[in-house]
Ligand binder design. Structure first.
Ligand SMILES: [Zn+2]
Length: 271
């Protein structure tokens, strides 16, 4: 594993323990109908792989950690740049030039010291252990911004029967697709290079990427905790330009190269 390094100063403030054993830490969510101590325990024991720790993944990781997910695995290559700061709220201006994933680790550890965080400053395709990381995760949050990464994760998630929450945004628009074993996968819904999914010019309003990350975190929490109705089999498309939200039922593609072949023991596709 190659861990990232923060190339700039970081605050050496003492860490205040506010972890899972702190009384009252999760009181505000334990009373949600359908939630409760058993759901909380599932979150505390869970691992979520967050692929992409920018505006979308950073927001997702923030709320996954706040909800008490026990272990976050972060994967993101490269260093922090000035234009990242309109949306990447885990970052600080003084960290420009430092590893994005290491900066994200630093902030998440300060906010959520009870959460185990593992960071990889690597391209997904260059991470030899990616397959095992996906298989070990309870949920994968796909917050990358290119098709090769998205299909790589999709195919690994389908192969290992790992639920995936796939979030994308561009300018004021966003998409959310949840893939669970047996439900239509990314390749069923979007052919490679589909401009309806791919951020083209990569213009970004930070608040929109934050919403995309919050939606992804909520779906991941629902899947892990076992409450609510996870959105597998549906595609949420929204445009905050005019606050338009559409939830579309999606169907499995019988010719899908990834999920059309039945996996032994797999659930039947949902209609
Ligand atoms: Zn498929």
């Amino acid at each position: 594993m190659e861990r990232g390094m923060i190339a700039t100063r970081c605050d050496p403030r003492p860490v205040v323990r506010t972890g899972r054993d702190r009384p009252g830490r999760f009181d505000r969510q334990l009373g949600i109908p359908g939630f409760g101590p058993a759901a909380q325990e599932r979150l505390l024991r869970a691992t979520v792989l967050v692929a992409g720790i920018g505006g979308v993944g950073g927001a997702a990781a923030t709320y996954l950690g706040a909800a008490g997910v026990g272990r976050l695995v972060l994967v993101h290559p490269g260093v922090l740049e000035e234009p990242d700061l309109n949306r990447q709220t885990l970052m600080r201006p003084e960290w420009i030039g430092g590893s994005r994933v290491a900066c994200a680790e630093q902030t998440l550890r300060a906010h959520h010291p009870g959460v185990e965080i593992v960071g990889y400053d690597r391209e997904l395709a260059e991470l030899p252990e990616l397959g095992s990381l996906v298989a070990e995760a309870d949920v994968v949050v796909d917050a990358r911004h290119n098709f090769p990464d998205r299909y790589l994760l999709n195919d690994l998630c389908v192969a290992t029967r790992t639920p995936a929450v796939i979030a994308a945004m561009n300018a004021t628009e966003g998409n959310l697709l949840v893939v669970e074993p047996g439900s239509p996968c990314l390749r069923c819904v979007f052919t490679e290079g589909d401009p309806a999914w791919q951020p083209l010019g990569f213009t970004v309003l930070g608040a929109v990427s934050g919403l995309a990350g919050c939606l992804a975190a909520t779906e991941a929490i629902k899947i892990i905790a076992g409450f609510g109705e996870p959105a597998s089999g549906r595609l949420l498309q929204y445009d905050l330009w005019d606050l338009d939200f559409r939830s579309l039922r999606v169907r499995p593609d019988p010719t899908c190269p990834t999920c059309a072949r039945p996996v032994p023991g797999a659930a039947e596709p949902r209609s």
